[in-house]
Design a protein around this ligand. Structure first.
Ligand code: ZN
Ligand code: FE
Ligand code: FE
Ligand code: ZN
Length: 272
């Protein structure tokens, strides 16, 4: 019983390694029926000359991404390979994003909040910023952006919804009210949540989102997808058994999959 991995990167973003066929082969070896690549969309809100290197593919690389994955689909016909994209949410730039997302018939669009203003809050080189602000304010701001992203309805799902804990910065008590608020927005806007196992690789030491957060989503009927956020083939389906246990514990019996942004439901017990 193996669930699809809906969050894989490629070397085009500048900070992932391994050839595309190595990701696909890792998925086959792990017994996955389906994968979805979601590499980082170009930093559309910045002028091309102001885009820092190594964060995302360039605009010229987007057609290359599409073509490489189309070829991979032909090469691995026994594995369902979906072409998705991970897109940053930047308030006020919704139209530019919308235009870019419509330039290809993506299967799946995964929305992420990595930026609080200019600050890339999951970048190891910018961790010092956590000590410059009140942690309560940081959490508030992060979840406010996440809710705006959900309301924009530009995304099929939100990635790593409590990424802000990545480096281990925790509030004295878990922000249950914020979890609940996000879960309600997801439910109201028909947006899915991602269970992202990469959190287990960082000081956060738990998947994104936290179990209480995921439980709030499950209780409100928010569909879930699993993602490893692999930036190397070894991370495909990373900690899948643990993720599956967590899904069941909080009450999920199904995961979502997407084709051309159309959602279908896969019963966990029916996956093989
Ligand atoms: Zn990345
Ligand atoms: Fe991300
Ligand atoms: Fe990612
Ligand atoms: Zn990511």
């Amino acid at each position: 019983m193996v669930l699809p991995d809906y969050h894989l990167h490629t070397p085009l973003c500048g900070h992932a390694e391994g050839k595309l066929d190595a990701y696909a082969r890792a998925a086959v070896v792990a017994g996955l029926p389906e994968i979805c690549f979601t590499d980082h969309l170009p930093l559309y809100w910045l002028a091309p000359e102001n885009r820092p290197a190594g964060l995302a593919m360039s605009e010229e690389e987007l057609p290359v991404y599409w073509q490489q994955l189309t070829e991979l689909q032909k090469e691995f016909c026994a594995l369902r390979i979906k072409i998705g994209i991970e897109a940053d949410y930047i308030p006020g730039r919704e139209e530019a994003l919308q235009r870019l997302l419509h330039s290809y018939p993506f299967d799946y669009v995964l929305g992420s909040v990595h930026f609080i203003g200019q600050w890339c809050c999951d970048h190891p080189d910018q961790v010092v910023e956590y000590s410059r602000r009140r942690l309560e304010d940081i959490y508030e701001e992060y979840f406010t952006l996440l809710i705006q992203a959900i309301r924009s309805r530009l995304f099929d799902a939100v990635a790593h919804p409590d990424l802000i804990k990545k480096f281990g910065h925790r509030l004295p008590a878990p922000p249950l009210k914020l979890y609940r608020a996000v879960a309600e927005e997801l439910a109201a806007n028909g947006v899915c949540v991602e269970l992202n196992t990469a959190g287990w690789r960082y000081p956060s030491a738990e998947a994104y989102p936290a179990p209480d957060f995921l439980r709030a989503c499950a209780q409100l009927g928010v569909p879930v997808l699993l993602g490893s956020d692999a930036h190397t083939p070894q991370h495909v389906a990373w900690m899948w058994p643990e993720a599956m246990t967590l899904l069941r514990e909080v009450g999920y019996r199904a995961v979502a999959v997407f084709t051309r942004r159309h959602r279908q439901i896969l019963l966990i017990d029916a996956v093989q």
